[in-house]
Design a binder for this molecule. Structure first.
Ligand code: ZN
Length: 116
């Protein structure tokens, strides 16, 4: 791969190499458009990106990172918008949240909410 051979690897080439790993939507296999990729957070050796599929509107949040072996990416499907990802990360799950979820599972109201 070309980016392995470069002496001075610019952040952009590392980033582009990472994006090449996730070139297609995992659900509909449509090719991602470069404009549908949004960088949510970045560090020297890693990017957190949000990619929205223009065809099926599904979204993936992926961590693109460099290590000894080159560039890797790990992604998960999400229903969050690119502006919601960091906010969701900041939210703390309290004991009351867990109890509310448990109660909703027991009384069937969770199923009702999902059906809506
Ligand atoms: Zn898709």
């Amino acid at each position: 791969m070309q980016w392995h051979d470069q002496q001075e690897e610019s952040p952009l080439s590392f980033f582009q190499a990472g994006l090449r790993l996730m070139a297609r939507c995992p659900l509909c296999q449509a090719r991602y458009q470069p404009s549908s990729v949004k960088v949510i957070a970045e560090r020297e050796d890693a990017y957190l990106v949000h990619v929205l599929c223009a065809k099926c509107r599904s979204a993936v949040v992926a961590l693109v990172f460099a290590n000894l072996f080159g560039v890797s990416s790990v992604g998960v499907l999400t229903d969050l918008g690119s502006d919601e990802v960091l906010k969701a990360q900041e939210r703390i799950v309290e004991a009351d949240d867990v109890l509310a979820l448990y109660a909703a599972c027991r009384d069937g109201s969770l199923i009702e909410r999902i059906k809506k």
